[in-house]
Design a protein around this ligand. Structure first.
Ligand code: CMC
Length: 430
């Protein structure tokens, strides 16, 4: 613990604020009493310099390109374990023993079915509804069905709500997909592992036997691990902000899903795949790179750049490997979109503009191609991201609710609107 303080001076007045160190990463200046002492707010739109909370869950070193869940490098977790092990780690803080893992797996699978009446929610949506719209609605509706896990002051209810969401998210996501293509819903199978069960719920039909390909199921599982948490990103911050008012966990996760939907966040993998398909052939790449560099053209290379990673996104490397594995397994190694992606990556990584701005491929660059090869339409990509991120949202939500210092999130503003003025009746307005 350092005794350093930061001095802040406005005019002839100064204040000292404590500097606190984390385990690793940048220290923070604790400005909690800043307004009380100085009568000023600080302004930081987009939170580029502001830590919104203290957390023990996930650590990113954007300069080195490191991502740790509870201290463990993402590469090791993606290589060695499975998604439910990552869920356990994120929720409880430690890797499970074999017995703990077995117990956790069975506690999650116990909750995979959803209340039969919830099926009617799906049929209330138009067939062409975006599955993310369905996810926001149906996940929010869980709070109407599972009252016995909405008391956030009860640790047991908090854990049941957490297990329910991890277990039911694949069922809801698969149903959203089945509904959109006009196929009957597939019930979950608790004798299958998490990802094989999910693939089966998405791709099996009642008239045929279905057996998930283990290589594809492993790839799906790895994609879930890669997306499981990413510290205080926009959707996680949304979940925390929603939860800070005491809202129930299902409502908070629905808020996170709504935030994730945007193209600058979870929607980027869909946008990246659309872009690669639009580029179409390798010879078109220079034109798109030129447009991405043109200040007067709003076009950006989707799947490139990240607020935090100013080095290779470590998830992108694993995603690239997974992409090759999936395409090879399916005999699609010469897929033209993959060829465009590999060449675009090569060109951009050598281009001065991208090098100077430290713009590297992010996880979304290769995930779209992989998910499409697995059989998912682009509209499902963000749904899969939401499915995987649910555990991260829940772990972060639980950490916040269990923090005795937790307060409602209530940012301030710099007001630049009209000064106080009197109301003018409508007939007297000029
Ligand atoms: N293509 C071309 N130029 C870019 C790109 C890009 N993909 N990304 C950033 N830049 C430029 C940008 O124009 C700006 O240039 P200048 O300084 O000359 O004005 C500079 O790089 C910094 O960009 P920024 O928008 O200020 O950076 P940010 O940290 O606010 O934005 C980002 C990060 C991810 C929104 C942005 O890089 C982007 O729009 N990328 C494309 C969308 C994408 O792939 N998003 C997925 C993010 S990873 C998944 C997730 O975590 O949700």
């Amino acid at each position: 613990m350092t005794n350093t303080t930061a001095k802040f001076t406005i005019g002839d007045k100064s204040w000292d604020f404590p500097v606190r160190d984390g385990t690793i990463g940048p220290s923070i200046v604790d400005i909690t009493p800043f307004y009380r002492d100085s009568d000023h707010f600080t302004l930081d739109p987009g939170f580029t310099s502001t830590a919104s909370c203290e957390s023990k869950i996930t650590y990113i070193d954007g300069d080195k390109g490191t991502l740790l869940y509870r201290g463990y490098p993402i590469e090791q977790l993606a290589d060695g374990g499975d998604f439910l092990e990552t869920c356990y780690l994120l929720l409880y803080g430690e890797l499970p023993t074999a017995a703990e893992k077995q117990d956790f797996d069975s506690r999650v699978t116990y909750h995979t079915m959803i209340h039969e009446q919830m099926m009617r929610f799906f049929t209330g949506f138009r067939r062409d509804a975006h599955p993310m719209a369905i996810m926001v609605g149906v996940v929010g509706a869980l709070s109407a069905f599972y009252h016995d896990s909405t008391d956030i002051s009860d640790p047991h209810q908090r854990m049941i709500a957490s297990l329910r969401m991890i277990a039911k998210m694949p069922t809801i996501a698969a149903m959203a997909y089945k509904y959109s293509i006009g196929q009957p819903f597939e019930y979950p199978r608790n004798d299958l592992d998490y990802s094989s069960n999910f693939l089966k719920m998405c791709f099996a039909v009642p008239c045929e036997e279905y057996k998930a390909n283990p290589i594809l199921a492993r790839a799906m599982d790895r994609i879930f691990i890669l997306h499981a948490d990413h510290e205080q990103n926009a959707s996680t911050s949304t979940v925390r902000l929603a939860g800070s008012s005491g809202a129930n966990p299902f409502a908070c996760i629905a808020a996170g899903i709504a935030c994730l939907w945007g193209p600058a966040h979870g929607g980027a993998n869909e946008a990246a795949l659309n872009m690669l398909e639009e580029i179409g052939t390798v010879d078109q790449i220079p034109e798109y790179v030129r447009r991405a560099k043109d200040k007067d053209d709003p076009f950006r290379l989707m799947g490139f750049g990240h607020r935090v990673y100013k080095n290779y996104d470590p998830r992108a490397k694993i995603m690239q490997k997974t992409c090759h594995e999936v395409l090879n397994e399916l005999g699609l190694g010469n897929d033209p979109t993959l060829q465009v992606a590999m060449e675009l990556e090569r060109i951009a990584l050598e281009d001065e503009y991208f090098v100077e701005k430290k713009l590297y491929p992010n996880i979304d660059f290769y995930s779209g191609i992989t998910l499409r090869a697995l059989g998912f339409p682009a509209s499902m990509f963000t749904v899969l991201f939401a499915l995987a991120r649910t555990v991260g949202w829940i772990a972060q939500w639980k950490e916040m609710v269990e923090d005795p210092k937790q307060k409602i999130g209530r940012p301030r503003q710099l007001y630049t609107g009209a000064e106080e003025r009197n109301y003018v009746p409508i007939n007297d307005r000029g």
